[in-house]
Design a protein around this ligand. Sequence first.
Ligand code: CAA
Length: 286
Amino acid sequence: MTDNRFPIVAVLGAGTMGAGIAQVCAQAGSRVVLQDITEEFVQKGLARIRDFLQKGVDKGKVTDAQRHEVLGRITTTTDRLAAGRAAQLVIEAVPEKLELKNGLFRELAAVVSADCVLASNTSSLSLAKVFAGVGGPGRCIGMHFFNPVPLMALLELVRTEATAPATIEAVTAYAAQLGKEPILVKDSPGFASSRLGVCLGLEAIRMVEAGVASAEDIDKAMVLGYGHPMGPLRLTDLVGLDVRLAIADYLRKELDHPGFAAPTLMRTMVAAGKLGKKVGQGFYRW
Ligand code: CAA
C-alpha cells in the first residue's frame, strides 16, 4: 500500500481488543505482528480474527480473497520486544493494569526505533501515568478502539501534554486508513467515551437495584427512546461487569464524583461471578 506511515504494526495483547485491532490494521494494508504472552493466547486471538472474517464472507461483506490477504498480513509471536523492534507503530492492548502497561512501554522504548509511535488502547487510565518515564514522550499517544473493533467507527485519540503534533497527525491519517472516525481528547480520567458511557451504565444498574424497571425495559428506554444501538445494561454485559467495575472504581477515585460510586448490586454480581456475556450470565442470560 502506498503512503502507509505504518507498514508494520505490532499489537501487544491478543484478547478481544487486540485481535480486533490487529484485524483492522491488516485490513488497512499494514503487516501486523500480533503478540501475547503464551502461544495459546496468541492462537485464540488469531482464531477470533479468522472467525470474524469468515462470518464476513458468509454475510457477503468480505471476499474469500480479501480474507486470505488479511490473514496473510498477520504473523504472531510471544516475544514482545521482537514485535516492537520491527514496527513503526506499537499498539498496546494488554489488561487494564497501570504497572503492567507502564513497565511494558519503558521496556519497549529502549528497543524500538526512535520514530516508532507508541500507543495505548487503555479505555480510562491516565496516559501520563501509562507513559511515565518512557523515553521519547512526544511519540506516545492513546488510541482507544471500541468493541467490536472491525464494526465500530470511532477511534478516540488521547493526547498527553507531551504528545507531539507530528504523532497526532500521523495517527489521525492512519485512522482514516483504518476506516475510523477519530476524535481528539485531552488526557483526563475516562476520556470522552468511558466517562459518559460508564456513568450511564452505573445509573442503569442503580435503577435495577431500586426496582425502577426491569433490565430489559431500562435498555428498551435507551434503545427505542434515545436511539442507542444497545441498552446500557446489555452493553455492561458485553463489556464485562468486572471490567466496568474496575473502571468505575478508578473514575470514582480520580474524578472524586459520587456518580461513579459502584452500586452494591454490581459488586454482588461480580463477587458471584455474574460477569456478563463471557460467562453466560449477567443482567441477561447469554
Ligand atoms: N464482517 C463484516 N461485516 C460484518 C460482520 C463481519 N463479521 N458482522 C457484521 N457485519 C456488518 C453487517 O453486515 C452490517 O452491515 P450493514 O450495516 O452494511 O448491513 C453491520 O456490520 C452491522 O451488523 P449487524 O446488522 O449484524 O448487527 P447490528 O446492527 O446489531 O450491529 C453493532 C452490531 C454495530 C456491534 C451494534 O450492535 C452496536 O453498535 N452495538 C454497541 C456496541 C458498543 O457500544 N460498543 C462499545 C463498547 S464499549 C468499548 O468498547 C470501550 C471500552 O473500552 C470497553
